[in-house]
Design a protein around this ligand. Structure first.
Ligand code: SAM
Ligand code: SF4
Length: 340
């Protein structure tokens, strides 16, 4: 007898035929840094009662895994400042064990990595993204407002010692780190790490004018190509970066270019916030509340119905613009709410 899959376990496919296989979960909106492009210094965080418990986050993630999500990324805010986050990671790792999930990973600012790296590896995490925009400790402090580069470097070393593969994310900031990309390439590739450069995205009020920060990666790439040999490669991580190999180092360099190159056509991702709000697109306001159906019953029927209904409205793409006439945010929520 052929196996008939129950309809509620069928894969999630959006109206444009894109299968949803990648879920990013912001496990907290809080952070121990205040990066200038991400947050205002005096951020107001969500009341704790609105935030899903670790058990609820587990149920939510597992509901998506049940529907064909193969890659789960925990992010934030800073995921490693969420109390008892390792319990959630340990529990979610059962899906790696069962083969339902290909990858459990996280994006972190690295500040708490030194004490968590070994445990992450023990729970089946293989690769992590760490954000480092500059190798200059003073500049690092002024970009992150509260961060210490030395601690992040300790975290990276601990992660390497635990055998984790590391990708460094750097946001390209005009007049701030735009002359440091050569150093970042040499450092990351010298350490066997990938590097991805990211354009600033207009998410949330940050108390600054974003046109002052925005540096198009098309310009960065053409400057880099003057003294590095950049070879296009088909490497894919499931995310939106396009990769080149730098012939001189042998290392990989990714570009995430939401503004100069729209990456929506192959989008396989959705995002959930720590309050259980599902965003079908990082750059649009439309969202679905999953907390109410999650809390309304112990079974997952209502939750699954809400997920299905939301995926049926996933938009074709975002409409980000940063120029002199569009200085404000395209969407009002911060990256730390939706998760990067
Ligand atoms: N706190 C963790 C970290 O910094 O890696 C995870 C969350 S953070 C929101 C995820 C990524 O988004 C980071 O690499 C950060 O640099 C990036 N990011 C934050 N705000 C951004 C913005 N407005 N435009 C582009 N990237 C942004
Ligand atoms: Fe925190 Fe990450 Fe946002 Fe920086 S980018 S303020 S580390 S959430």
């Amino acid at each position: 007898m052929p196996t008939v899959r129950s309809p509620s376990h069928s894969p999630l496919v959006d109206p444009f035929g894109r299968a949803i296989t990648y879920l990013r979960v912001s496990v907290t909106d809080r952070c121990d840094f205040r990066c200038v492009y991400c947050m205002a210094e005096d951020m107001t965080f969500l009341p704790k009662r609105d935030v899903l418990s670790l058990e609820e986050l587990d149920r939510l993630c597992s509901a998506f895994v049940d529907r064909g999500v193969r890659k789960l990324r925990l992010t934030g805010g800073e995921p490693l400042v969420r109390k008892n986050i390792m319990t959630l990671i340990a529990n979610l790792s059962r899906h790696l064990g069962s083969g339902a999930l290909d990858e459990l990973t996280l994006t972190t600012n690295g500040s708490q990595l030194a004490r968590h790296a070994r445990e992450l590896a023990d729970h089946g995490v293989r690769r992590i993204n760490v954000s480092v925009d500059t190798l200059d400790a003073d500049k690092f402090r002024s970009i992150t407002r509260w961060g210490e580069l030395g601690k992040v470097m300790d975290g990276i070393r601990a992660a390497q010692a635990a055998g984790l593969e590391i990708k460094i994310n750097a946001v390209a900031l005009k007049g701030v780190n735009e002359h440091e990309f050569d150093d970042l390439i040499r450092w990351t590739h010298g350490e066997g790490m990938d590097l991805t450069l990211i354009e600033t995205m207009p998410l949330g009020e940050i108390g600054d004018d974003r046109t002052d920060q925005y540096l198009p990666l098309s310009l960065v790439r053409s400057r880099l190509a003057e003294h590095w040999t950049l070879e296009d490669i088909p490497y894919k991580t499931g995310g939106p970066a396009r990769y080149v190999r730098v012939a001189e180092t042998g290392g990989r360099l990714g570009f995430i270019t939401p503004l100069t190159h729209n990456f929506c056509e192959g989008c396989n991702r959705v995002r959930v916030t720590c309050t259980g709000t599902l965003f079908m697109c990082l750059g649009q306001e439309d969202a679905a509340d999953l907390r109410a159906p999650l809390r309304a019953s112990e079974g997952d029927e209502l939750l699954q119905a809400a997920i299905e209904e939301a995926i049926a409205r996933k938009p074709k793409g975002h409409d980000f613009v940063i120029d002199r006439t569009h200085r404000g945010p395209a969407v009002s929520r911060h990256m730390s709410v939706t998760g990067g």
